[in-house]
Design a protein around this ligand. Structure first.
Ligand SMILES: [Zn+2]
Length: 346
């Protein structure tokens, strides 16, 4: 082993979730909201991820959340968190065995028994292609009927970033077109007009507020969540004034969500980066670089985050009122950590 001092050329890489070197532990006030702040769209994937997850939530003033958690992990999480958490029913991811419909129906029942009143259909172009189904598939239709019979909220992820349609989904003979994907969704929105339907990620098309406006006007049962961090930071910022008008106009139809995803290597800083961006994007007038690397853009064209500085009464609705009201109509109640603790004691 040589003891010669080599000139240092490899500096530690800047983490993709903190390119600005921020201190995510700096104190930040809670959102200016009366009642519980609810993150409507998350993926807490395992009970063992809870310590970092709760740490990040607490730091950013998030009280409760809905999560698409694998069924196998759900019971322990529910036992620890009570009604701070509600599950959105999902199938076993990547299940392509012949009995996938029956398996999904069994899982639906288990989730229902854990209090779940929402079912999510992941109908992104890549998923539909991989699983060879869409919302009209007879198996999916069976599952939708079962969820409707149980009086559950329907939720879907339709669409994906425009950038993806331009490259990874460019082969429309394989993936279909965005227009077709929305036609299929609309037929279902029409068929279930008397039931709440929540469209993830601003209906999967933040690039096109005109489309979203049309959908919301046409289907009074439709609500959209504001989740996904890099996608929202990029596309909402890009049309900042138009999106601000849009959110204010449809302030009763939007639910805030982060699309936070836990993981074995996702520490406080990683999780915090998502919540930091969301709070900057919706609450403040921050204009500046995003701390998170956007892999869909090259390094010279990283997005500028342009905060919407939404009025307090709009924040009250997207962080609390809409979620509590809409989910409440289907029997879902949220509790704060203090309420959970005191209900355990009594
Ligand atoms: Zn998600």
């Amino acid at each position: 082993m040589s003891l010669a001092v080599e000139p240092q050329t490899d500096f530690p890489a800047v983490p993709e979730h903190n390119r600005l070197g921020l201190n995510y532990r700096l104190p930040i006030p809670r959102p200016k909201v009366r009642g519980v702040v609810v993150d409507y769209h998350t993926h807490l994937l395992a009970h063992r991820h809870l310590p970092e997850w709760i740490d990040a939530m607490n730091h950013f003033g998030i009280d409760a959340f809905c999560t698409m958690t694998p069924l196998e992990e759900a019971v322990r999480i529910k036992r620890d968190l009570g009604d701070r958490v509600h599950f959105i029913a999902i199938p076993r991811w990547g299940n392509d065995s012949p009995d996938w419909v029956d398996d999904w129906l069994r899982r639906l029942e288990c989730f229902y028994n854990l209090g779940s009143r929402i079912i999510k259909f992941h109908m992104a172009p890549g998923t539909m292609h991989r699983n060879r189904y869409d919302l009209e598939h007879p198996g999916i239709q069976r599952i939708i009927r079962e969820a409707v019979d149980r009086n559950m909220i329907l939720m879907s992820h339709v669409g994906d970033p425009d950038l993806w349609y331009q490259n990874r989904y460019a082969d429309t003979s394989k993936f279909g077109t965005r227009e077709r994907h929305y036609q299929i969704w609309e037929a279902q929105l029409q068929a279930h007009r008397d039931r709440v339907w929540i469209g993830a990620h601003l209906g999967g098309n933040p690039e096109n507020p005109e489309r979203l406006q049309e959908l919301l006007d046409k289907y009074p049962n439709l609500y959209l969540d504001l989740s996904a961090t890099r996608w929202m930071v990029r596309e909402v910022s890009l049309r900042r004034d138009q999106m601000r008008d849009f959110v204010i106009r449809y302030q009763d139809r939007l639910l805030w969500g982060s699309d936070q995803v836990s993981g074995d290597n996702r520490d406080f800083d990683f999780l915090a980066s998502r919540l930091w961006c969301h709070r900057k994007l919706w609450e403040t007038a921050y204009i500046g670089p995003s701390p998170i690397l956007d892999p869909d853009l090259d390094l010279d064209h990283q997005p500028v985050l342009r905060g919407l500085a939404l009025p307090d009464e709009v924040l009250q609705k997207i962080y609390h009122d809409n979620t509590v009201r809409v989910l409440g109509e289907y029997g879902i109640r949220f509790q704060t950590s203090q309420e959970v603790e005191s209900s355990v004691k009594t």
